[in-house]
Design a protein around this ligand. Structure first.
Ligand code: G3I
Length: 316
């Protein structure tokens, strides 16, 4: 076939893309596939635009690593998703241990978001990452504990002011199907809209398990798009308990097709990003012991059946 990105475009989607990370870019065989814009029309930096990378000490911004990814995408004619402005994880210790009061931390959030979003202007941004616990309550991180839920408003308003053309997203996992966490996200978007706070989309990460794809993908996406915002699947991978077998690969192919075809059938689902394209660089094995093989290309950069599942999903 012509390549997944072209198939996604033909289906009317803005992009199909992949995450990548700076250390991987010394692997020339890996980069050759990543840089094929027929396969990938979009790139997300896995780590190098996060807070610890971009503002390691207060007021000192370092964009060198993020710029490498941004320049790669530009050079390949690929879109870029910025990831991310405000997240509880991968924060420098000056943020987590600073004991800032509400007003000071709001000003820190504002400076951080406006600086990174204006540096990478014209992008889609995961402004807020993973604000909720799985039961739909707020994650009690340094931002929530100090500012309360209004840290989200502060970040989004700062991002819009920094770049009126940026698409501003809130991104989370375990919001693929309907349920308490998705309902919390719906309610957050409604409250932001009621308060006049800019919000353009919800990012549905999509870290899934073979054989366990939720049955409510479409209904769930539609409850977001009914609010007048867009959705994207931002970090798709579908892991299995190792060792991989032909039967697991066949189920994985089906599962990728199910997810992609759900996005395909919802007009407001603008695109899909996989959380790296190859098992060689997947985050899964180091986080979930005994699990892996979650990506559409194997660790030797050979396409798996999942690849054909993705193509079929966009052609559904
Ligand atoms: O930078 C240090 C390096 O100095 C050190 O030598 C090395 C030793 O382990 O660790 C390096 O940090 C690692 C970092 O990636 C950069 O490579 C961390 O240990 C490692 O935990 C971190 O993992 C990242 C993870 O987010 C952290 O939560 C993954 O690469 C990244 O793919 C993953 O991405 C997240 C999304 O941002 C949000 N959604 C979930 C997704 C998967 O966890």
């Amino acid at each position: 076939n012509a390549g997944i990105a072209l198939v996604a475009k033909a289906a009317g989607k803005k992009y199909f893309g992949s995450a990548t990370d700076n250390p991987e870019l010394t692997d020339t065989a890996y980069v050759a596939i990543l840089s094929n814009s027929s396969e990938f029309g979009q790139i997300t930096p896995g780590n190098s635009m996060k807070w610890d990378a971009t503002e390691p000490s207060q007021g000192t911004f370092t964009f060198a690593a993020g710029d490498v990814i941004a320049d790669l995408a530009i050079g390949n004619g690929q879109l870029l998703r910025g990831h991310n402005c405000v997240w509880y994880n991968q924060l420098p210790s000056w943020v987590t241990s600073g004991n800032f009061d509400n007003a000071t931390l709001q000003s820190i959030v504002k400076t951080h978001c406006s600086t990174v979003v204006s540096h990478y202007a014209g992008k889609i941004w995961d402004v807020i990452n993973e604000p909720f616990n799985d039961d739909g309550t707020w994650r009690a991180d340094v931002f929530y504990n100090t500012i309360g839920p209004l840290y989200v408003n502060t970040a989004l308003i700062a991002a819009r002011a920094a770049d009126p053309n940026a698409k501003l997203y809130i991104n989370d996992y375990n919001i693929e199907g309907t349920g308490a966490k998705s309902t919390a996200m719906v309610n957050l978007v409604k409250s932001l809209q009621a308060a006049g706070v800019p919000i353009d989309g919800v990012g549905i990460q999509g870290h899934l398990i073979v054989g366990e794809v939720p049955s409510t993908l479409i209904a769930n996406m539609e409850q977001f798009t009914a609010l007048g915002i867009e959705v994207a699947i931002t970090e798709l991978d579908i892991r299995m308990t190792l060792p991989a077998t032909p039967a697991l690969y066949a189920q994985q192919k089906q599962d990728y097709e199910t997810v992609i075809s759900a996005c395909n059938s919802v007009p407001g689902c603008i695109g899909v990003t996989i959380w790296d394209y190859t098992d060689k660089y997947s985050w899964v094995p180091s986080t979930f012991s005994g699990q892996g093989a979650a990506c559409p290309w194997d660790a030797t950069l050979v396409k798996k059946p999942a690849y054909d599942g993705i193509v079929a999903g966009f052609q559904s």
